[in-house]
Design a protein around this ligand. Structure first.
Ligand code: ATP
Ligand code: ATP
Ligand code: MG
Ligand code: MG
Lengths: 265, 265
């Protein structure tokens, strides 16, 4: 099973859109996928039109109430399962702040989970707090969605430091394995400048730490495409809503690249 | 003095871009403006190319070390002052979690501040945690930057509830006074649908609570304009970087609307 957290503390860069549509693309290609929504905004849950179980349980209850993942998990399509979030999840950050081992609660729930999947994807909120830390200790890989804008560049070193600390103290073998450019305005000078800066940063940093020395910059760049922003209002992935759009094309190409990465392992 | 927090827990909707460029526009029009950066990403600080004082002090030290605002405040242009953030601010959220009155520390610092301004603007992180709560107890107004996308709609009720609770318990008179549409792709159907939904929401909700019964939806809509995303890489506001761009035009129009609001008070 490949386990991947979609993380960037910069807001609005395409974390949720990528988690949902990559999960849907992999599921359409026949792989069993579980998508965990760790964002209190519950946007991945909303994007796929997922309703909570009859007890109204969500990831909040998994983290604070010992509810097993299997109890909250909902199947949304063949091969595609979602563990939904809920607004209450925002309270978990405060409630867990004094709890011993608060960063590894999700890891323990996953170890107790009898179901097996080919891919586990975790959508994270725009912060590096306890919810994102739970994702970092529960997966072996991190994908970094990145909008090619200047402000997006400036969170990178903090994010890498956080991944590095988690890899050393709580989760040996954690790797930043994918850089994904999202919301790409094709022709702007800014986009190509920022992409150059990022690539250069990782070239020079490659020797810096094991955590990012094998990062792949995906060839697929996700183009800005209004269909991707419309799909959530129908509770659908891009493949159900606009299967011939640029958005569907780009996320399918991404899924193929991710599968090629698997083949190399 | 008008005191305004720029808040939306949805990430990447234009909070920082609006805080910085509205502050710059008001300062250019002759009003004394203080911009406080309460986001650990420190993007407003970065956008205006602000360096910390010789002791390396920032809003982190104001909140956790009793350092007065005047000590960290830096003048960046005639009439424009910034209280910078720093990555350490992320630690304040955890460090203050057990502190009595942790939500009103900034309010007390502002009351101790001898300097007077015409406008106080506070840029907030994409969350409703203790840093945003400090902004909500320190200002009398909230502006809500909103990208006209479906996912952006779904945080509204949580945000209004939070403002309502703060208004009742900690800050009488707090009002949501402005709705600002940002990153507007002019012709898309999605944008006009979402804007209609939002306007309808506030029409029906108007009687709901004092907090948002007088909200103005600014006529000025901030168009998507790549110059706004380029300006931060030069440490400049849009007015210094591209004074004839759509971005400069829109934020100047917004400043005029904000001043008209003042005249009505
Ligand atoms: N390639 C794209 N083209 C057009 N719109 C997009 C694209 N990717 C994402 N969006 C839209 O841009 C907004 C931001 O994307 P999204 O919510 O996925 O980012 P995020 O990083 O998950 O945000 P947050 O930090 O709030 O969790 C959403 O309204 C989404 O619908
Ligand atoms: N009108 C616009 N046109 C083009 N780009 C814009 C516009 N407004 C903001 N941007 C760019 O979009 C990105 C998101 O904007 P910004 O950082 O201001 O949002 P934010 O709400 O402050 O994000 P966060 O939630 O991370 O604090 C930035 O890279 C910014 O440069
Ligand atoms: Mg998201
Ligand atoms: Mg910001």
């Amino acid at each position: 099973m490949r386990t991947i957290s979609m993380i960037n503390q910069k807001g609005g860069v395409g974390k949720t859109t990528s988690s949902v549509n990559l999960a849907a693309a992999l599921a359409n290609l026949g792989h069993r996928v579980c998508l965990i929504d760790m964002d209190p905004q519950a946007h991945a849950t909303l994007h796929l039109g997922v309703a909570l179980n009859e007890h109204g349980q969500s990831m909040y209850h998994v983290l604070t109430d010992d509810v097993p993942l299997a109890d909250v998990r909902v199947q949304v399509a063949p091969n595609l399962y979602v563990c939904p979030a809920d607004l209450d999840l925002a309270a978990a950050e405060m409630e867990l702040s004094g709890e011993v081992g608060r960063e590894i609660i999700l890891r323990d729930r996953l170890q107790d989970d009898p179901e097996t999947f080919d891919f586990l994807l975790i959508d994270c909120p725009p912060s590096l707090g306890v919810l994102t830390l739970n994702a970092l200790t529960s997966t072996k890989e991190v994908f970094l969605p990145l909008q090619p804008h200047f402000l997006a560049l400036h969170g990178l070193s903090k994010l890498l430091k956080t991944i590095d600390i988690v890899a050393r103290r709580l989760n040996k073998g954690l790797r930043l394995s994918g850089l994904l450019y999202c919301l790409c305005d094709s022709s702007t000078r800014l986009a190509s400048e920022v992409i150059n800066d990022v690539e250069e940063f990782f070239q020079t940093e490659r020797g810096g730490s094991e955590v990012w020395s094998h990062v792949t910059s995906f060839q697929t760049k996700i183009r800005r495409n209004i269909r991707l922003a419309e799909a959530p209002s129908f509770g659908q992935s891009i493949f159900q809503y606009a299967p011939t759009s640029h958005g569907a094309e780009d996320y399918l190409n991404l899924a193929h690249e991710v599968l090629e990465q698997s083949a190399l392992e």
